[in-house]
Design a protein around this ligand. Structure first.
Ligand SMILES: NC(=O)CC[C@H](N)C(=O)O
Length: 332
């Protein structure tokens, strides 16, 4: 019997009361989120689902989309062409910074920051804008396993206010990274960010990556297995922006966050994890999300560099922790 269901309930209770952080407000529509929303979902590579809280609440995927669109660009172009246009170096800068793109004058540092993600959107193939969007939606559908749609008000809200992203796109054009259909590329980028998901969907998408690109429920291949390694590498080094180093140190799970308050993490060959709580810190990462991932990583030895000898059998907790959990949950 796995201890996981009880443990995530415990984490939910432990961090529900934490109300640090604030709602993202630079995209006006995101301020409509309820700060109390909180969910933890885990999907194993066999398709088993464990979850607690508001796991069916809808929100937009925001920057977590960058992971999946990067995978699609890898398939559409190939590794070398992509590397010429977009690097794989962490920036240490905020996700929406223009500084390094201008200073480097060549290419965005990585596909997980906005500059790199806009460049990635520019590399998606299709005969016209509609075709590109349809291909993108079909790709998301393969990961999630059911029909998907775009939140039009969030899309319009970001399109109307995304001046910084527009500035990045203009710099990318200046450096010859994207061609001059800037508004079309930005639309695709804003649309991918406005994809509607819930926490369970996110965990399923992460589980698909954990399962080498195959959705554990539908058994459909969402991305070619040879690219999963590339995707997880950039998640590991760049997925948490200017917190990526500390995250790799403390949590050690390839992950990606979004300003709507989600964080996805991939445990290769085991499971996908998603936490959703819209209160974010100054770096754009969910406050409760970080805490939950830290505890899960510690408790189940999920850090990539935990010694294999010390790793406990997946999803079982220690006797001491069991006592703490029982006390908090009121059944000890
Ligand atoms: N970190 C994020 O989630 C940012 C995504 C948002 N759509 C933006 O471009 O600013």
């Amino acid at each position: 019997m796995s201890d996981l269901p009880e443990f995530i309930k415990y984490l939910y209770e432990k961090y529900r009361v934490l109300d640090d952080g604030s709602l993202a407000s630079y995209i006006p529509e995101l301020t409509k989120a309820n700060p109390d929303w909180f969910a933890i979902s885990i999907v194993t590579k066999e398709g088993e689902v464990f979850q607690v809280g508001d796991s069916q609440e809808h929100f937009t995927i925001q920057s977590m989309s960058k992971v999946f669109v990067y995978g699609m660009a890898l398939e559409d172009q190939n590794r070398e062409i992509l590397l010429e246009k977009i690097g794989v170096e962490p920036t240490g800068d905020p996700f929406n910074s223009v500084i390094r793109l201008d200073e480097n004058s060549k290419r965005p540092d990585n596909p997980m920051v906005n500059a790199g993600a806009i460049a990635t959107a520019g590399l998606i193939k299709g005969v016209n804008a509609t075709d590109k969007l349809n291909r993108l939606l079909a790709m998301f559908r393969r990961y999630i396993g059911h029909d998907v749609f775009i939140d039009a008000p969030v899309f319009m809200s970001e399109r109307a206010t995304g001046h910084r992203n527009r500035a990045l796109a203009n710099l990318l054009l200046n450096f010859g990274i994207i061609d001059n259909n800037i508004e079309e590329i930005l639309d695709l980028y804003f649309q991918q960010c406005a994809l509607v998901v819930n926490c369970q969907d996110l965990a399923m998408m992460a589980a698909t990556l954990a399962n080498r690109g195959v959705n554990p429920i539908t058994n459909k291949q969402a991305v070619k297995p040879c690219y999963v390694r590339d995707i997880l590498s950039v998640m590991h080094t760049c997925g948490m922006y200017n917190y990526a180093g500390e995250w790799a140190y403390r949590v050690g799970i390839p992950a990606k966050s979004g300003v709507s308050g989600g964080i996805i993490g991939v445990i290769p060959d085991k499971a996908g994890i998603a936490v959703f709580s819209p209160l974010i810190d100054s770096k754009g990462n969910s406050v409760r999300g970080i805490k939950v991932f830290e505890d899960l990583s510690d408790e189940f030895d999920l850090h990539l560099f935990d010694s294999p000898l010390e790793k406990c059998s997946f999803l079982e907790i220690s006797k001491n922790k069991k006592d703490v959990v029982s006390q908090v949950m009121g059944n000890g």
